[in-house]
Design a protein around this ligand. Structure first.
Ligand code: ADP
Length: 642
């Protein structure tokens, strides 16, 4: 069966991603602009902090030559001679003071740099996340039907977080690298251009080496990520189906499968690790070679007092020490060069997915209607409505009307299209042809907000948000008073069980809260609908999930709710809808019968047979009905296997 196979590697957002040009420029241009002050602060502070980091080494070089060895006059780069003290002890004090000042102001600038870059990254991350979510909410149900929740979650969390890493760590390291390389190279060239060539010779080599490393390891990382995905799917699948595993005694089989995917992950990851663990020793060798070369040339130079080989001029001990220390300081930022490229590429891929989703206009719920729906009687008419999911026709020639205040029941076998009829009323989808009118207004010409405000919905699965019982009842009617909420709960026959919960109306329910039974959840959903007091009501198998006794309780609360309110009801158990003013029977997306319960029984068609099944009269059903039922089941099963 397909559901047991791990998720495929195909990117479900490929089409969206391909439409996006220059995602990083857009990220920084569009989302970064309001925060230019933070990032400018970050950049300037970074520049200052990095330059101050270099000062102690420069001062050490000066101190060696002019204070300890006294071979050079006391001079500081960029500082006029007249400002400097004349006695060696004062000069020494100045050097110590300057080094201390460099450390203290350096620390302040490091703080400012981190503050600026972090604020920039967090602000952008927040804006991108909320904008992406807002866009996602506007997309139509068709979009959600063929995307897995996990994929959308991963854009909202992983991809958005990936941006933060680049905007904070990536930008930070990139500036550090740029400032260090430029400033150190400039100072070394200023001190001694000839030895600078020797000392800086590993820099391009390190850059090339790192680049090759990144190129080699990237595909390995992609494979590792995909194999992590396989492990996660397997574990998620198994934990979700743990009850089936235990009851089928397949623990050993499943352990074997987990072992397989985990082994795959191990091997793929090992491939990446063997490359990664060569990188730092390799880097050390290159920089070590550079160090030895500089030490050798510089050392001989200082020894003999004149340039060895082709080198000319003089080199002081202080300059030599500065060369050695500075070339060492270059290695670590250079080693991050690869990581910066990596972070950039990952951020780019994430930004592509994020903007791909934000630009998704094909799936936007089109909201052409500008007028507000005005419900008077609450009369609803379907006029020759046709609809298909993707290319699969589901409804054809659906025409019926229901008078204001009446209850219309939709009946038919599973997959006949009953829920779809109601989804069209809520404009979760739009019909391919025909029209649906409420009090004469085409629902496509009115605003979606006013339409959905007019319709209360109690579905098959009453979803509870994580929050209190009270919040769940008042969901959508946020300014309801406690008295209103309680009255709604009483009308929904929910008040008694709510009072028995640990914290009454303040009990936390939903995903991480107290577990409620299907019937209890259903009654909270009904209380929610009662509180909303909508003009029209949709009950989609509102009592499907409950036992007969609870059903009776719910039925009583529903009776209150549906009097004088146009109501659409889908019910699996026909006993619950037999009093409906009108019953429409669907089969394979078409209306095959309609009328009242008695009329339909007399007609002795599909409805009468379904009624017979529920009354336990299986033996007296005509063979033709049983054959059709078997065919239908076969069709639904094939569809589910696809
Ligand atoms: P009913 O409520 O009568 O059981 P539905 O309206 O749920 O029937 O479904 C009618 C048909 O449309 C079924 O064949 C079902 O498989 C198909 N269908 C329902 N929802 C979707 C969807 N989101 N995408 C594609 N096909 C769907």
């Amino acid at each position: 069966m397909s559901s047991i196979e791990p998720a495929s590697d195909d990117d479900p957002f490929e089409a969206q991603r391909e439409r996006v040009d220059n995602p990083m420029a857009r990220l920084v241009g569009e989302y970064g602009r309001p925060y230019w002050l933070s990032v400018t602060l970050g950049i300037l502070a970074s520049l200052a902090a990095r330059l101050l980091d270099l000062l102690p080494v420069i001062l050490l070089g000066v101190a060696i030559d002019s204070l300890f060895q006294r071979v050079e006059p006391f001079e500081l780069p960029l500082v006029p001679q007249a400002w400097l003290p004349s006695t060696p002890i004062d000069q020494f004090a100045l050097v110590v003071g300057l080094i201390a000042a460099a450390f203290i102001t350096g620390a302040a600038f490091h703080w400012l740099r981190n503050y600026g870059f972090n604020a920039f990254a967090q602000d952008i991350q927040h804006d991108v996340r909320t904008d992406t979510y807002d866009t996602m909410q506007q997309l139509d149900m068709g979009f959600f039907a063929d995307k897995q929740t996990g994929e959308l979650m991963s854009i909202l969390s992983n991809d958005v977080n990936q941006l933060e890493r680049f905007l904070n760590d990536g930008l930070n390291s990139a500036f550090r690298l740029a400032v260090m390389v430029v400033a150190i190279a400039a100072y070394l060239v200023y001190l001694n251009p000839q030895l600078a060539v020797v000392a800086l010779s590993p820099v391009p080599l390190i850059a090339i080496f790192t680049y090759i490393f990144v190129k080699t390891i990237q595909p390995k990382y992609a494979a590792v990520r995909s194999s992590v995905g396989d492990v996660n799917s397997r574990l998620e699948n198994n934990l979700g189906g743990i009850q089936v595993i235990k009851s089928s005694n397949t623990e050993a089989f499943e352990s074997g499968r987990v072992d397989d995917v985990s082994r795959d992950y191990y091997e793929t990851n090992w491939g990446a690790i063997t490359i990664r663990i060569r990188f730092f020793p390799g880097l050390q060798l290159i920089s070590g070679a550079g160090f030895i070369l500089t030490f050798l040339v510089g050392g001989l130079w200082v020894f003999s007092g004149s340039g060895p080989g082709p080198f000319t001029g003089a080199l002081s001990t202080g300059e030599f020490v500065v060369f050695i220390l500075f070339t060492q300081q270059l290695v670590w930022p250079m080693a991050q060069f690869g990581q910066i490229i990596n972070m950039y590429q990952r951020a780019e891929a994430s930004a592509e997915r994020i903007f791909g989703l934000m630009d998704e206009t094909d799936a936007l719920e089109d909201d052409t209607g500008s007028d507000d729906l005005v419900v008077d009687d609450g009369q609803v008419a379907y006029d020759d409505v046709r609809f298909s999911y993707d290319d699969e026709p589901v409804l054809d020639d659906i025409s019926f009307s229901v008078d204001g205040g009446d209850t219309l029941a939709l009946v038919g076998p599973t997959g006949a299209g009953k829920s779809t009829v109601l989804k069209l009323l809520l404009r979760l989808y739009d019909p391919d042809g025909g029209a649906i009118r409420i009090d004469g207004q085409d629902i496509q010409s009115v605003s979606r907000t006013s339409l959905r405000q007019a319709i209360g919905y109690v579905g098959q699965e009453s979803y509870l948000f994580y929050g209190t019982v009270r919040d769940n009842i008042a969901y959508g009617s946020f300014d309801a008073s406690d008295a209103d909420i309680r009255a709604a709960a009483e009308a929904a026959e929910a008040h008694d069980f709510i009072q028995n919960l640990p914290d009454g109306y303040e009990t936390m329910v939903g995903e991480r809260g107290v577990k409620l039974s299907g019937g209890q959840r259903q009654r909270i959903a009904i209380a929610r609908a009662i509180l909303e007091d909508p003009a029209l009501l949709v009950l989609d198998e509102a009592t499907s999930d409950v036992d007969t006794e609870t059903e009776m309780l719910i039925q009583r609360s529903l009776d209150d709710l549906t009097t004088d309110r146009t109501t659409f009801a889908i019910a699996h158990r026909l006993s619950t809808i037999k009093d409906a003013d009108r019953i429409v029977v669907l089969e394979d997306g078409r209306i095959v019968e309609h009328g009242s319960h008695e009329e339909l029984l007399r007609a002795d068609g599909l409805y009468a047979h379904l009624w017979g099944v529920q009354a336990g009269e299986i033996d007296s059903l005509p063979q033709a009905f049983i054959d059709r039922a078997t065919q239908r089941q076969a069709r639904t099963e094939t569809a589910e296997d696809d």
